[in-house]
Design a protein around this ligand. Sequence first.
Ligand code: BMP
Length: 207
Amino acid sequence: MSSRLVLALDETDPARALEIAKQVSPFVAKIKINYPLVLSAGLEIVTEISKFSPVICDFKVADIPNTNRLIAEAAFNAGASGIIAHAFPGPESLKALREVDASKDLYVVITMSHPKGGHFFDIESFCSLALEIGATGVVAPATRPEDVSKVRSLIGDLEIISPGVGAQGGSSKDTLKAGANFIIVGRGIYQSDDPAAAAEKYSKELV
Ligand code: BMP
């Protein structure tokens, strides 16, 4: 069965990040990278990691349509298979990302996993926006499975990818039960003494 695990590779040492990407690739569906790694390694790291796994650029894009477009072009040209965006700038900003390349995955953040991370997020409006613009899926927090259930009831069969398992204390079992398709784990894997073994263990919990 294919893995339902996404590695959040926030390791900032480029050589170590590449080595981890290589080791965990048999156990992950995708690798999500974020600013900490790209700011230390440059966008070329997207191309390098794509040799091992599809890469989601978690740039939480949140700008006017033209700037969103420029960011997506850079990420996709580097080889990213998908990109993550914030919903609050509205439909035109999200559509601009979609229009760069509709074959790429676009995930919309619905609400966030950290304490009080949901206070300024409008779950209903953001889910309806994700549907309206034809998103591939959404990001919803494993730390609040009740929010994942609510999101699932609002977005039909769009994908849900859920961070917050491991270091943030979320339960992968409860999150999958609430309707998530993929679980995102960062520190629980890349900070482990044996990232490949940790990725294998998490991936086995998700079948
Ligand atoms: P960790 O497992 O180390 O907590 O990493 C979680 C990853 O998911 C980080 O890259 C973080 O930026 C991201 N993330 C999150 O934790 N909560 C959210 O609500 C949205 C995220 O993208």
